[in-house]
Design a protein around this ligand. Structure first.
Ligand code: FAD
Ligand code: NDP
Length: 360
């Protein structure tokens, strides 16, 4: 079979190398298979960041739960940083006697989370699956398994869905004065703000830096905003308020916003307002769509929690979903402040810790 002794030896040698390679491949395959089939199960995954999420992370990390946090990546189509990105100074967060600029406040919270050994992934959570334990959290193509979940995904600015809104979004129409108010298109124009809450007052005040005049359309005969914010609006000579007034029509002239028709909802009287831009400040909608109906919410989609806790319920029942908690604006229709969000973030981490102790 072999020409001579030497070719026989070489062939044996080649076979040896082949078998060695084959054995190595088998070992690598087994290692890969084992690593993929035994995925690490997280103790707690926090979905959402900033006051609620970071406070939860700090407490969970100090309880040695090694939290994994998913913070925004254009979550809900909104740029990074939570709702405080749409404001400037925060004057009511304890510990800052005058005020603090939101980026400083937010980045300090994030730093504190990292310092406490929270792992932060800048990715948006697409879905969760609560049908079996460990629960599953889907982020793009990856599925993470976890014993518990803290949901801290905020509420997103509502829109009025006016005609042409999509086409002219952030050109003539916006829901964020801080983000867009300084754009050239809004400078020295008469701008209109719709709404009567704290956001509307803050937006109107902020816009007076750039606008020639600002008019607020308030659908009731009073503002919903806090007294201090109301006073700032009343004291600002560049702001007018039209009470009991709603928008009716926007008039465009070759893609330029020119006038808005408004109507008094008491008298039905209509009139035109010259307008070079429109800002919505009509409240927020909680970011709960990604839950896909697996958790009970109220009629406007805020997560319902069990009183004096952050525990959540299965839809249409009184049954608590073990190991799942909600914190921050996503479960708060009433207070919706940075400090109350931080408070419920702390509660959620403590609730998760107590639950995980029962599994040990
Ligand atoms: P947020 O701070 O909004 O953070 C939620 C985070 O979760 C966001 O970063 C978001 O991108 C992320 N997220 C959402 N969905 C996902 C997902 N699927 N996956 C991963 N990440 C996700 N409060 C005050 O106390 N003082 C003020 O001066 C003040 N000014 C305000 C001004 C304005 C204009 C507005 C709109 C609100 C203001 N508030 C103020 C209220 C305050 O901003 C909120 O109460 C607070 O930010 C809520 O905290 P949160 O952690 O629940 O949500
Ligand atoms: P709010 O829900 O408090 O106010 C929404 C406003 O928009 C109300 O005046 C409401 O009118 C009006 N509105 C709602 N829908 C429409 C509509 N379709 N057409 C016309 N008007 C409409 O939301 P905000 O965003 O102002 O505030 C959210 C939370 O954030 C609050 O808790 C607030 O305190 C907090 N915040 C705090 C700030 C601060 O402390 N500096 C600054 C900004 C926000 P109506 O009253 O008739 O319902």
């Amino acid at each position: 079979m072999f020409d001579n002794f030497y070719t026989y030896k070489i062939s044996q040698y080649e076979n040896g190398i082949f078998y060695l390679f084959f054995a190595c491949e088998c070992v690598f395959f087994l290692v890969r298979f084992r690593r993929n089939s035994i995925k690490m199960v997280e103790k707690v995954i926090i979905i959402g960041s900033w006051p609620a999420g970071h406070t939860a992370a700090i407490y969970a990390a100090r309880a040695l739960l090694k939290p994994l946090m998913f913070e925004w990546f254009l979550a809900n189509g909104v740029a990074a940083g939570g709702q405080l990105t749409t404001t400037t100074e925060v004057e009511n967060f304890p510990g800052f006697p005058t005020w603090v600029q939101w980026p400083e406040l937010m980045m300090k919270m994030r730093e504190q989370s990292l310092h406490s050994w929270t792992r932060i992934e800048t990715k948006t959570v697409d879905a969760i699956d609560l049908s079996s334990r460990p629960y599953k959290v889907t982020v793009a193509d990856n599925v993470y398994e976890t014993e518990s979940i803290i949901i801290a995904t905020w509420a997103v600015a509502k829109r009025l869905h006016l005609p042409w809104e999509e086409t002219y979004w952030q050109k003539w129409i916006s829901a964020c004065a801080v983000c867009d108010g300084g754009l050239p298109v809004f400078r020295n124009k008469h701008l209109v703000v719709i709404g009567g809450g704290d956001s509307a007052c803050e937006e109107a005040n902020y816009l007076t830096k750039f606008a020639s005049k600002v008019t607020m359309l308030v659908r009731k005969d009073k503002l919903r905003a806090s007294k201090v914010m109301q006073q700032r609006v009343f004291d600002n000579e560049k702001i007018d308020i039209l009470w009991n007034t709603e928008w009716k029509e926007i008039l465009w002239n070759e893609k330029l916003m020119t006038w808005i028709t408004v109507v008094n909802n008491q008298t039905n009287e209509e009139h035109h307002l010259e307008a070079g831009g429109l800002f919505y400040a009509i409240g927020h909608k909680p970011a709960t769509a990604f839950l896909n109906g697996q958790i009970a919410t109220d009629e406007v989609w805020y997560i319902l929690t069990v009183p004096w806790s952050t525990k959540v319920l299965a839809p249409g029942s009184e049954e608590i979903i073990p190991g799942v908690y909600a914190a921050g604006d996503v479960q708060d229709k009433i207070y919706r402040q940075a400090i109350t969000s931080a408070g419920t973030g702390c509660m959620a981490a403590l609730d998760a810790e107590h639950y995980l102790q029962t599994l040990a």
